[in-house]
Write a protein that binds this ligand. Structure first.
Ligand code: HEC
Ligand code: HEC
Ligand code: HEC
Ligand code: HEC
Ligand code: HEC
Length: 196
């Protein structure tokens, strides 16, 4: 009887170690494996990329569908510069001094304008700093090639923003995606084109 104790004690220790190691293995697996897979497969990565919450919930459909406002009216530099640009509060107030001014979100907007405080919009699409992207080249090329308006080119990379209550990234825009499209269109694929 007395000789049993250390042996069963060792057995219990073994079981506990086994269970702990097993749980750790499952936990690490659940935490790490999807992240690693997400690096390679865009549909998995998309689960992690929820649409960010904005300081003021900005509805594209109200502007694009209801208001009939062109993308370039707000994203003014998209066909001329690297960045598309987001309008300053003063430009919003051009309409919202009158349009929907009794609505709570517009009252929030008006208080930003009164304080002269810029709205810190959260970025939805963001490439790492070592990557160089130029809207202008893409808009110019595809408006010519497909004979369409600049605002009809956006959906190629951004999807149907005009119908999104909250903007979400819908295309991977990872290196493989960029390079594939460059190959298909005879655009340059040298490293220095996209990397500083
Ligand atoms: C050219 C005119 C115009 C400009 C510029 C404009 N809007 Fe609007 N906005 C509208 C119209 C039209 C609606 C739809 C109103 C409706 O549904 O009755 C709207 C609706 C909205 C709503 C929803 C209001 C509600 O019903 O709760 C928000 C929020 C809003 N705009 C924010 C902005 C912000 C922020 C900017 C600047 C980045 C901006 N708007 C610039 C015309 C404009
Ligand atoms: C009335 C002004 C207005 C119009 C018109 C408008 N946008 Fe926007 N857009 C904004 C504002 C403000 C934001 C920042 C808030 C947000 O992300 O919802 C934004 C954000 C975006 C973003 C996300 C930017 C990021 O952070 O990655 C994309 C993409 C975009 N717009 C595309 C479009 C396209 C395409 C159209 C036309 C179908 C369009 N927008 C029309 C004002 C406008
Ligand atoms: C070839 C793909 C592509 C096309 C076409 C495209 N975009 Fe983009 N857009 C991107 C990428 C990639 C980013 C992120 C850039 C970065 O982080 O430097 C971006 C970022 C943005 C942003 C946020 C940053 C900024 O540049 O102000 C807005 C707004 C935007 N796009 C609007 C538009 C609009 C409007 C159109 C159509 C006129 C358009 N884009 C067409 C790929 C594209
Ligand atoms: C839908 C197709 C498509 C996608 C997606 C795309 N590109 Fe392009 N890109 C082109 C084409 C076509 C050109 C050549 C334009 C020309 O000949 O003027 C180009 C040109 C460029 C240029 C050269 C601009 C200049 O200075 O002349 C850069 C930089 C660039 N792309 C970066 C990117 C990056 C980074 C991505 C991914 C985030 C990307 N592109 C995604 C089609 C695409
Ligand atoms: C058409 C644009 C484009 C070209 C050409 C391009 N890259 Fe990239 N590269 C990207 C983008 C976008 C990213 C960031 C997104 C990602 O990691 O896929 C990136 C990321 C990278 C990274 C970081 C990867 C990581 O996991 O963080 C390396 C390293 C790299 N590129 C090397 C290269 C080399 C070497 C070449 C030439 C053989 C090249 N790239 C050509 C667009 C490009």
């Amino acid at each position: 009887m007395q000789a049993e104790t250390p042996r069963s004690g060792r057995k219990a220790l073994l079981i506990i170690t086994g269970v702990v190691a097993g749980l750790l293995f499952i936990f690490v697996g659940l935490a790490v494996v999807p992240r690693v897979l997400a690096h390679y497969f865009w549909p998995i990565e998309r689960w992690y990329r929820s649409a960010p919450v904005q300081p003021i919930d900005f509805p594209h459909p109200s502007h694009v569908q209801v208001g009939g406002i062109d993308c370039l009216f707000c994203h003014r530099t998209v066909a001329k510069e690297a960045m598309a640009g987001i309008p300053p509060v003063e430009q919003c107030m051009f309409c919202h001094k009158i349009v929907a001014k009794e609505q709570p979100r517009i009252q929030m907007l008006a208080s930003f304008a009164e304080r002269g405080e810029p709205i810190q919009w959260m970025r939805v699409h963001r490439l790492p700093d070592h990557v160089h992207f130029v809207h202008e080249a893409h808009i110019t090329y595809f408006t010519r090639k497909d004979g369409v308006l600049p605002s009809q080119v956006c959906s190629t990379c951004h999807g149907d923003v005009g119908n999104m209550q909250r903007v979400q990234q819908v295309r991977s825009l990872r290196m493989g995606d960029c390079v594939d499209c460059h190959r298909q269109n005879g655009a340059p694929t040298d490293c220095f084109v996209c990397h500083y």
